[in-house]
Design a binder for this molecule. Structure first.
Ligand SMILES: C[S@@+](CC[C@H](N)C(=O)[O-])C[C@H]1O[C@@H](n2cnc3c(N)ncnc32)[C@H](O)[C@@H]1O
Length: 224
């Protein structure tokens, strides 16, 4: 049963191979892998020089596809660790008939190997796993190590947009932005989430249905 499901997954991944990029697994240790640069030529991949935004942890791709549909002159790279999840995001992109999204099956730790410095205009972190407690702090998507990677990949004036239901992760991430020299503006999602131009994620819809509060900030990079 398991083998059949896996085979089916490989077939589905092949069917979206033109929009799905996959990390090389030649070096297992991410810290070692990022020393061996294999930058993607994103202008070539998208066929234009439009601004590039990234979502890390895109899940099944609702947010990135809706955002890309509304902004056809922006390119989006959607990163997701799990191949059985990212394939669903790719299939959604197909249904939406979008030309301006590519998916990257990769952990955030490997991104500096593939994404050159000063590439991104915006980075979206939507409902990232909070990893509460001290023990797994270095797995949070806003830990020091990853903040240093984001700082390099983002352009001057680039932004990190973060949404979460987890107040502890929100407060931690806010402090991390300040520590790394970003200018942070908190947004009141309760006021804006019913606006027509507001794009929700899958998890956000679930949390809205449970009447859970959502926290959001936009952090602007000030350094070069
Ligand atoms: C809670 S889900 C949120 C999905 C989507 N962003 C949403 O809001 O509906 C978090 C997603 O982030 C992915 N993820 C977690 N850590 C990651 C990492 N280090 N690199 C890439 N993706 C990651 C998980 O596999 C999962 O699909």
């Amino acid at each position: 049963m398991r083998i059949r499901r896996k085979k089916h997954l490989e077939e589905r991944k092949d069917a979206v191979g033109d929009i799905l990029l996959t990390a090389d697994f030649d070096i297992k240790n991410a810290l070692e892998a990022i020393k061996d640069k294999r930058y993607y030529n994103l202008a070539l991949i998208f066929g234009n020089d439009n601004p590039i935004c990234m979502e890390i942890g895109c899940g099944k791709g609702l947010f990135v596809c809706e955002t890309a549909k509304r902004n056809p002159s922006v390119n989006y790279v959607a990163v997701e660790l799990l191949d059985n999840i990212i394939v669903m995001a790719c299939e959604r992109c197909r249904r939406y008939q979008l030309e301006n999204v590519r998916f990257f099956n990769c952990g955030a730790d490997y991104l500096p190997r593939y994404i050159a410095d000063n590439t991104l205009s915006k980075l979206y972190l939507n409902f990232s796993p909070p990893f509460p407690g001290d023990r797994y702090e270095n797995r949070r998507l806003t830990c020091d190590r990853l903040m240093e990677y984001y700082n390099k990949m983002l352009k001057h004036d680039g932004e990190i947009h973060l949404k979460t239901d987890d107040k502890g992760f929100f407060d931690y991430s806010y402090d991390q932005m300040i520590k790394h020299g970003y200018l942070v503006k908190i947004e009141d999602v309760q006021e804006t989430h019913t606006n027509e131009d507001y794009v929700k994620t899958e998890y956000e819809i679930k949390f809205n249905n449970e009447n859970k509060p959502i926290y959001k900030f936009i952090a602007k990079k000030l350094s070069n």
